[in-house]
Design a protein around this ligand. Structure first.
Ligand SMILES: *Cc1c(COP(=O)(O)O)cnc(C)c1O
Length: 502
């Protein structure tokens, strides 16, 4: 290649973080942080309620093969297509999903870990970051009541934690029951995982991914507060045996997505011990109790074989930050695979890739580390407890409000309710009104709430994680919901008249 051809190339190098561009990095990212801070500071509602078609067209019109001149221009464009209409989870009237406002020390961690770009697969890429992760795993396994032989690994979230846990359960069972490959293929379709009707859908997805199939997940019924019934579990195990199926694991949920219900861990642990089943506790949401004043609600978790915790839910961390904990480090051998080019078995140094489903992996632990060093465990737990307190106050408010029915008393920080304010309405009309209120609220941007179905009926849901949300916010949003529902009734009544008018 000639010298002129070299010269004709764009000078991309100035956009890489290199020795001589360290100050460019500081200026560009510094400007970006100032911009985001301004957006966050001025957000007067959780979202603008953007129209997906409009936004899609705007994004589609951008020519990705024709770059802008610099990062400042790119940020301005990003502001148009993303920041302006984004959902601002820190807003006190964002009440929809399990996404918290994020801890500022964790954001500092994000800046550090992505600039350094440590990848936690091997010791020679991560050094201190890897030891930080392992120290945090030790810290959280102690809080869970696990013993000396426990271990764990940071994951991308509850979905990955559940998948890996069920993989360990599957391979532990197969190692015991079907030592040869031929036997494994014969046994595989018979394996069953028991989980409550309220368990997270990632349990079924995991079974699918692991070659067990959707129907390998046996749904166990729940009590009036949506917790797994131990007697129903017992019956389900015996039904498996009667059908010639092989139950291998129970997934207990500690904090279901809808109700925050915590399955009775001591009774389930006892059943698992008797039937030699792997007990996985999906505490993706309820794991926050490990640092809260309500720690006793997780009593029995110390008897689990594995636990999923999402720090990006109840520990106020930005996505992703989560972990899978295991009671017995040896069980992690089922994910280990040794490659000469990466992690030879005789490397003599610890390589976390041996414990993870991922290879390249972010140093997400750094975020939790900085948060703990600044807030302390109790500081994090107190924030979560505030959300749980608010959920209780909200539940009492709803109980006293004739416009609504409220479902189970909250165990964590969600409240499920339904508007029933109209006279002589059918269930279907009620469904439609609640559905309408949910969408109308999003479109207006005034508040965001969630929607679910309980016993086939449309219900609305508050998921509370923001200590800035007050009971006055809740009351105001309930008035908005009631207004939209009543409006919908008026509109629905008016509709049959429309053809006559036209
Ligand atoms: C959120 C959640 C999950 C999924 O976790 P991700 O981090 O979104 O992958 C699994 N189980 C429960 C109970 C959850 O609340």
């Amino acid at each position: 290649m000639s010298g002129t051809e070299w010269a004709a190339r764009p000078d991309s190098r100035k956009h890489l973080l290199l020795t001589e561009t360290a100050d460019v990095f500081r200026d560009v990212v510094g400007e970006g942080v100032r911009h985001v801070a301004a957006r966050v500071g001025e957000a007067v509602r959780p979202t603008t309620g953007p129209d997906p078609d409009e936004l899609r067209a705007e994004i589609a019109s951008i020519d990705l093969d024709r770059p802008l001149s610099d990062s400042a221009e790119a940020l301005a464009e990003l502001d148009d297509i993303y920041l302006r209409d984004a959902v601002y989870f820190h807003h006190p009237r964002y009440l929809a999903h399990l996404v918290p406002p994020v801890a500022i020390p964790a954001l500092l961690g994000e800046a550090v870990l992505s600039a350094l770009n440590s990848s936690l697969d091997t010791w020679d890429q991560s050094t201190g970051a890897m030891l930080i992760e392992q120290r945090l795993i030790r810290w959280i396994t102690r809080r869970a009541g696990f013993g000396e032989s426990s271990s764990g690994i940071f994951t991308s979230g509850g979905t990955q934690s559940n998948l890996q846990a069920l993989m360990l359960a599957r391979d532990t069972a197969l190692a015991r029951r079907a030592p040869t490959p031929g036997e494994r293929w014969r046994v595989l379709p018979k394996l069953r995982v028991l989980a409550s009707e309220q368990a997270h859908f990632s349990v079924v997805k995991s079974a699918r991914t692991l070659g067990l199939g959707d129907s390998a997940v046996v749904r166990v019924s729940t009590d009036s507060r949506y917790r797994m019934r131990p007697d129903a579990l017992e019956q389900a195990v015996f039904r498996c045996y009667a059908e010639g199926a092989v139950p291998i694991a129970v997934v207990a949920t500690a904090g279901t997505t809808d109700f925050g219900a915590i399955d009775p861990l001591p009774a389930l642990a006892e059943a698992c011990r008797r039937h030699q089943l792997w007990l996985h506790v999906d505490a993706a949401y309820g794991g926050g109790l490990l640092v809260s004043a309500r720690r006793e609600r997780l009593a029995g978790i110390e008897n689990a074989d594995s636990v999923a915790v999402d720090f990006h839910k109840s520990y106020f961390q930005p996505v992703s930050c989560a972990a899978l904990l295991v009671a017995d480090e040896a069980s992690l051998r089922h994910v280990a695979y040794y490659a000469d080019y990466l992690n030879p078995e005789d490397s003599g140094v610890p390589n976390l890739v041996d414990k993870s489903l991922q290879t390249s992996r972010r140093a997400d632990a750094v975020k939790l580390w900085l948060t703990l060093r600044v807030l302390g465990a109790e500081g994090i737990g107190a924030l979560f407890d505030e959300a749980v307190d608010l959920a209780h106050a909200t539940w009492r408010l709803l109980r006293a409000d004739e416009r609504f029915t409220v479902l189970a008393e909250p165990e964590l920080s969600t409240v499920v309710f339904r508007w029933v304010g109209g006279y002589g309405m059918t269930d279907q009309e009620c469904d439609a009104a609640n559905q309408h209120a949910y969408s109308a609220l999003f479109d207006s941007g005034a508040a965001m709430i969630a929607k679910t179905k309980i016993d086939r009926r449309v219900c609305l849901k508050f998921t509370l994680l923001n200590p800035n949300t007050t009971l006055q916010d809740i009351a105001a949003v309930l008035d908005l919901v009631a207004g939209h529902c009543a409006n919908h009734l008026v509109l629905a009544d008016a509709e049959p008249l429309l053809p006559e008018v036209s």
